[in-house]
Design a protein around this ligand. Structure first.
Ligand code: SAM
Length: 345
């Protein structure tokens, strides 16, 4: 996938073809200001206000206590991004805006966008990380408000891929117990439980995550199948005699040696015939075609964690080292740049 300047009319197309568009200026300013305007629109309540119906910039500015001119500028930019339309002088959520920011959004990303601000702050430290190689390890530094925003953002992200894990994860017949390691909101384990009646999931996560994670589970109505336990997956007991273990979007925080150790301990917690599933972003191979999404996420996680994204083959190797068999990587065109790596005890 690429992300960049897209011509919207023939003169622009011509200028792009002729190399007459100053792409470095656009890349330095246009992408970032778009992202930042989107975050601001959410944080300043413009999406919330627009979910109630179309409104002029003036009315929106007045109800939200904002400057009219600057509000108009933000609205115009998010209109250029496709999230709002303008008709008869009134802004309204577009179809795309409704889908992601409306009151009945089918795929809400409001919390994820709100969490964009801490993410921006971390990314702005890129030079420091590239010079030292020492990632930020944000789990050690977030304040209470950031933990809250992080957990709310993660559940929105999980809604987009949970079905994939639930569909492809092998679950032994008659399975009753799943550990959702670093499972946060618990949605992935819950989706697996719904598919396999009789299965119950326990989230193991850091203390800072749990207050909001529990609330999310309640609000999503899966508190009947998910329980929560505080713990550090690097050192605390994972359990014993379990049927299934999930490790979704977590192992990119740890080094290869730490991951082998985590997987060894995961294997010990599972009963014979139990299964493990690792869902994560797959970093592109060194010689792969340029992939702005895969490469950007790889860099993002290298900055924000202490490790990086890996390849399916890396995980397969570590699973085997930890004693798992029947290992395989599931990829799908519906899940670009991501994968589920499976193993059996
Ligand atoms: C990116 S979220 C992933 C949440 C969920 N598995 C998902 O895929 O949506 C990472 C989670 O790992 C938790 N976490 C990070 N380090 C941990 C550790 N050492 N032990 C337990 N949980 C940890 C965080 O608190 C957070 O809830």
């Amino acid at each position: 996938m690429r992300y960049g300047a897209v011509a919207t009319n023939p003169p622009e197309w011509f200028a792009l073809q002729m190399g007459m568009v100053p792409l470095p200026i656009l890349d330095t300013l246009l992408g970032p200001i778009q992202g930042r305007a989107l975050i601001a629109a959410e944080r300043l309540g413009l999406f919330e206000a627009l979910s109630a119906g179309p409104a002029t910039a003036e009315a929106l500015a007045k109800t939200r206590g904002l400057d009219r001119e600057c509000t108009t500028l933000v609205l115009r930019l998010i209109r250029a991004m496709g999230y709002v339309d303008l008709a008869d002088g009134r802004f309204a959520l577009s179809k795309l805006g409704e889908a992601h920011f409306g009151r009945a959004a089918r795929e809400s990303y409001r919390a994820f966008v709100e969490y964009g601000l801490p993410q921006w702050e971390m990314v702005s430290r890129i030079e420091e990380v590239v010079k030292t190689g020492a990632g930020i390890d944000f789990h050690e530094h977030h304040d209470a408000g950031e933990w809250d925003a992080y957990q709310r953002a993660m559940v929105e992200n999980a809604r987009g891929f949970g079905w994939f894990v639930a569909k492809h994860m092998p679950v032994p017949a008659g399975a009753t117990s799943c550990i959702d390691i670093a499972g946060a909101h618990g949605l992935i384990g819950a989706m697996l439980c719904r598919k396999h009646p009789g299965l119950r999931s326990t989230v193991l996560d850091r203390a800072e995550a749990l207050p909001r994670a529990r609330q999310i589970a309640e609000s999503l109505g899966h508190a009947d199948v998910v329980t929560f336990r505080e713990g550090d997956l690097r050192r605390d007991e994972l359990g014993s005699g379990l049927d299934v273990a999930l490790l979704c979007n977590i192992l990119h925080h740890f080094t290869p040696a730490e991951n082998v150790e985590i997987l060894r301990r995961t294997k010990k917690a599972l009963k014979p015939g139990g299964s493990v599933g690792i869902f994560d972003i797959e970093t592109p191979a060194d010689d792969a075609a340029p992939d702005a999404a895969g490469d950007a996420f790889a860099l993002y996680f290298r900055i924000t964690s202490t490790s990086s994204c890996f390849r399916g083959d890396d995980y397969v190797g570590w699973l085997r080292e930890a004693g798992f068999s029947q290992t395989r990587v599931v990829r799908s065109v519906k899940m670009p740049s991501r994968m589920l790596v499976i193993g059996t005890t």
